[in-house]
Design a protein around this ligand. Structure first.
Ligand SMILES: CC(C)(COP(=O)(O)OP(=O)(O)OC[C@H]1O[C@@H](n2cnc3c(N)ncnc32)[C@H](O)[C@@H]1OP(=O)(O)O)[C@@H](O)C(=O)NCCC(=O)NCCS
Length: 154
């Protein structure tokens, strides 16, 4: 086996994406704790509400949550992405990409027309949204930092 093949295999992980259940919130909080600066303050109730509404997707490896995306399908046909994060030890393995693809699928089932989100302008996550085909709409002046507004037409 070539070195190139070995490094591809070493990077590969098998994960499953599904709607979150109540019991997943504990693991999600651990991921959030590791990304306090990137994600900012998220009220405690946000995740239990998202589970009830079906507005939370999780990626799991062996039944352990390693990534999530929280969102809302608004009545005006825009889906707002609130947060996305992947555990540090499995970053850059395509988990974030698959969470977005699943979100796109979910939003299309609800006849949504676009996905929108705001991301602090200084975060590496902006490269992620660009790589996934989101368009930068504008830059808003936030209280503490500039916020990039990204949009993906569905
Ligand atoms: C943003 C985040 C969710 C991406 O998840 P991920 O699973 O690591 O991303 P993927 O492996 O699916 O990356 C897909 C592509 O996005 C781009 N990308 C992802 N992370 C990147 C980074 N840090 N720098 C540059 N490009 C990046 C790459 O093009 C990548 O493809 P490649 O690895 O084949 O080059 C993850 O880095 C994260 O949890 N960040 C911290 C939390 C955060 O900032 N959330 C967003 C708040 S607005």
């Amino acid at each position: 086996m070539s070195l190139e093949h070995r490094s591809i295999l070493a990077k590969a992980v098998i994960f499953k994406i599904s709607l979150a259940e109540k019991r997943d919130v504990f693991d999600i909080k651990k991921i959030i704790d590791g990304h306090r600066v990137d994600l900012g303050f998220i009220p405690k109730t946000a995740f239990s509400e998202a589970v009830e509404k079906g507005w939370l997707l999780v990626a799991k490896i062996d039944d352990v949550v390693v990534g999530f995306v929280r969102f809302r399908h608004r009545h005006d046909k825009t889906t707002t992405l609130y947060e996305i994060a992947v555990a540090n030890h499995v970053k850059r393995r395509g988990i974030g990409r698959m969470l977005i693809y699943k979100l796109i699928e979910h939003a299309r089932q609800y006849n949504q027309l676009e996905i929108k989100l705001k991301c602090p302008a200084n975060l590496p996550a902006n490269h992620f949204y660009h790589a996934l085909g989101f368009q930068l709409v504008r830059v808003d002046k936030g209280k503490r930092r500039d916020l990039n507004v990204w949009r993906l037409e569905l």
